[in-house]
Design a protein around this ligand. Structure first.
Ligand SMILES: C[S@@+](CC[C@H](N)C(=O)[O-])C[C@H]1O[C@@H](n2cnc3c(N)ncnc32)[C@H](O)[C@@H]1O
Length: 244
């Protein structure tokens, strides 16, 4: 379904939520709003699948409709892997479960700040950390680094901002033009921006890199950067170079 959530003038703009209205249009919304989404998800899935090998458990935290889980499975045909796909939006989990029947994916309605990821070979955190209170981001990453397999892999994808105001202005202007070229009106863009203002706080790629290091990730590679979006591969142990 086409995203028209912000197409009509709204007297009061309420904070953005992953509710039923958003869930119904989510694939169209994210595809037309996030440059690179259609590359990051499959490529992240490929990177994750190579790290999984033929067994073990992966976690897809903030899974929405399960796109990252499906991308991993596309490149990982083994029946012996499992994925725990976690989201705290009932509407998302219900919709994902309607469409995904692969027994290797188990959906879990839970707050990812509370979900146990012990022994995870892969953790995927795609476009989710940005929605957490910044105070809780380090705590989550530290817990993941501590409890995952020490040679496990984290894929972290985020919206970011540049430390240089001129660069940021160029990125913002290009993003606006891209959204308009994808069919969003000026009204839709500005109402969505207001709705996101209180719920999404973005940081620089350097801040993410520094926090990953401080939280116990000793091998960090930023493998994607397109304007305001980045993705990292990270592990507690120096293993990424051994990906042949
Ligand atoms: C932008 S979407 C993620 C997209 C998804 N990872 C993908 O790649 O298609 C953010 C998701 O994170 C979920 N989320 C946000 N905060 C959460 C939390 N504390 N616990 C669990 N899920 C959360 C939202 O419900 C939403 O489905």
């Amino acid at each position: 379904m086409r995203d028209q959530v912000f197409s009509k003038p709204q007297a009061n703009i309420v904070d953005f939520a992953f509710n039923e209205e958003v869930v119904n249009v989510f694939p169209d919304m994210i595809r037309r709003s996030v440059p690179g989404y259609e590359l990051v998800i499959p490529m992240g899935g490929l990177i994750a699948a190579r790290h999984m090998g033929s067994d073990g458990v992966a976690y897809d935290l903030g899974c929405s409709l399960g796109a990252s889980s499906l991308a991993l499975l596309t490149y990982c045909p083994s029946p012996d892997i499992g994925i725990v796909a976690v989201d705290n939006s009932q509407a998302m989990i219900d919709e994902a479960q309607k469409h995904i029947k692969d027994p290797r994916i188990k959906f879990r309605l839970d707050d990812l700040l509370a979900t146990d990821v012990t022994g995870a070979k892969v953790v995927m955190l795609n476009f989710v950390l940005q929605f957490l209170d910044p105070q809780h981001r380090g705590e989550l990453l530290r817990r993941i680094a501590k409890s995952m397999d020490p040679t496990g892999l984290l894929i972290l994808s985020e919206k970011v901002q540049d430390h240089d105001p001129d660069t940021q202005a160029f990125f913002d202007g290009t993003h606006l033009a891209w959204k308009q070229a994808n069919g969003y009106s000026q009204l839709e863009v500005s109402q969505k921006r207001q709705a996101l203002e209180n719920v999404m706080q973005v940081e620089t790629p350097q801040a993410h890199h520094e926090r990953l290091k401080q939280c116990g990730f000793n091998d960090i590679i930023q493998w994607f950067h397109c304007m305001n979006w980045v993705s990292f591969a990270a592990s507690p142990t120096r293993v990424l170079a051994t990906h042949e």
